[in-house]
Write a protein that binds this ligand. Structure first.
Ligand SMILES: Nc1nc2c(ncn2[C@@H]2O[C@H](COP(=O)(O)OP(=O)(O)OP(=O)(O)O)[C@@H](O)[C@H]2O)c(=O)[nH]1
Ligand SMILES: [Mg+2]
Length: 318
C-alpha cells in the first residue's frame, strides 16, 4: 500500500478495512529488485500487524502491469535512463487534469495516454476544477478518440467515478495542484490526504510526496470488491524514454490507421516527405494538433528538444 523510508505497508489477502496492516522490510535475497506500491509480495516473519511487529518481503509476484516513467525522454542521457516504476498491477490510469489553476496541458495528457497504452492500462480522463473553466478546448482536442472522461466540481456527485473505480486498482497521475488528493479525500474520507494550494504562477506545491494505495469504501448492500485508488505525487512531466518510437503511436489511435500507407520503416517525422500522416490530417481525418503533438514526442525522444520547454498545442509550456 505504501513505502516510506524502507518500511513497506502491506495488506494481507482477505483482510478487511478494519484489520491491521502489516509493516515489512525487504529481505536481502530480493537483491536490487524494487518493491513498489501495487506489488503483490510474499511475506515471512511476524505478519500479525501488532505494534512493533516487522515482517520481511521475500518475493515479488509477477506484475500484471507496470506503469513506468523516466525523468527525461532521451534514453541516451543518464536522466533518460533513470526509470521509475510508478505503480505495479494497476488496471486503470486516471489522468487528472485541472481545467484551470493550473491550466490543462494536452501535451502532458498525451504522454500519459502513451504510457497507459504502453503498459496496457485503461485510461480515464478526470477534468477537475470544472467550476473554474469549461472543458470545451480539451474535449475538442480529443474528439477523435474514444477517451472516457469525467468532469469534477467540488460539489458534483462522484457516482460515475465510483462506478468506474469499483473492483479495480486505479492510479491517479497529474501535475501538482490539479486536485488528486482532494479527489481521494472525497472518495475515501478517512484517507485524510494533505491538500495543498496553487501558487500565483499556477503551480502546485508538491504536497503529496509518495504514492499511497487506499481501499475504496464498500458500496452499501454490495459484496463486490470495492477496489483501490492510488494517490501519487504531482509530476512535472512524464518522460517516455522507455517507450519505443513505434509504441508511441499507440497513444495516438486517431493516427494509427494512416501509417498503413507509409513507406517501410517510415520514421513518421516531419522531414519524411512520404509519411502518410501529413495527407491524413490535410484531408481532415485527424486533428493537425494531434500530429504535431506526436511529432513533438518523437523529437523529444530523439533528444532534439528539451521536453520541459516545448510548447503545448494550446500554447502552454508543458
Ligand atoms: N475550485 C476548485 N479547486 C479545487 C478542486 N479540486 C481541488 N481544488 C484545490 O486545488 C488545490 C490543490 O489540490 P490537491 O488535492 O492538493 O492537489 P494534488 O493534485 O494532490 O497536488 P500534489 O499533491 O502537489 O500533486 C487545493 O487548494 C484544492 O482545494 C476543484 O474541483 N475546484
Ligand atoms: Mg496530492
Amino acid at each position: 500500500m505504501a513505502v516510506d523510508r524502507g518500511r513497506y505497508t502491506c495488506v494481507l489477502p482477505g483482510a478487511g478495512p478494519d484489520d491491521p496492516t502489516v509493516t515489512a522490510m525487504r529481505a536481502r535475497e530480493l537483491g536490487r529488485k524494487s518493491v513498489v506500491v501495487g506489488d503483490r509480495v510474499g511475506l515471512v516473519g511476524d505478519t500479525s500487524g501488532s505494534s512493533g511487529a516487522l515482517a520481511r518481503i521475500v518475493r515479488i509476484e509477477p506484475r500484471r502491469s507496470v506503469l513506468r516513467r523516466t525523468a527525461e525522454d532521451d534514453a541516451s542521457t543518464a536522466e533518460g535512463r533513470l526509470e521509475r516504476v510508478v505503480v505495479a498491477n494497476a488496471d486503470q490510469l486516471v489522468i487528472v487534469s485541472a481545467l484551470a489553476d493550473p491550466p490543462p496541458r494536452t501535451g502532458f495528457i498525451d504522454r500519459c495516454l502513451v504510457a497507459a497504452y504502453d503498459a496496457d492500462i485503461e485510461p480515464l480522463l478526470c477534468l477537475t476544477k470544472a467550476d473554474l473553466a469549461g472543458p470545451e478546448t480539451v474535449l475538442d482536442y480529443y474528439t477523435e478518440l474514444e477517451l472516457p472522461y469525467l468532469l469534477i466540481r467540488p460539489d458534483s456527485p462522484l457516482d460515475a467515478l465510483r462506478s468506474l473505480l469499483t473492483g479495480r486498482i486505479s492510479v491517479l497521475v497529474g501535475h501538482s495542484g490539479v486536485g488528486k488528493s482532494t479527489l481521494v479525500n472525497r472518495l475515501v474520507p478517512e484517507a485524510e490526504r494533505a491538500v495543498g494550494t496553487v501558487s500565483a504562477i499556477g503551480r502546485g506545491r508538491h504536497t503529496s510526496t509518495s504514492a499511497v494505495a487506499l481501499r475504496l469504501p464498500a458500496p452499501p448492500d454490495a459484496d463486490q470488491d470495492p477496489g483501490w485508488i492510488v494517490d501519487t505525487p504531482g509530476v512535472r512531466s512524464f518522460g517516455l524514454a522507455h517507450v519505443s518510437a513505434e509504441s508511441l503511436l499507440h497513444g495516438f489511435p486517431d493516427l494509427v490507421e494512416a501509417t498503413a500507407d507509409c513507406p517501410a520503416n517510415c520514421p513518421h517525422t516531419a522531414d519524411e516527405a512520404d509519411c502518410a500522416l501529413d495527407a491524413w490530417v490535410a484531408t481532415g481525418r485527424a486533428d493537425p494538433r494531434r500530429l504535431a503533438s506526436y511529432r513533438r514526442l518523437l523529437a523529444s525522444r530523439a533528444g532534439e528538444t528539451d521536453p520541459r520547454t516545448e510548447p503545448d498545442p494550446r500554447g502552454h509550456p508543458e
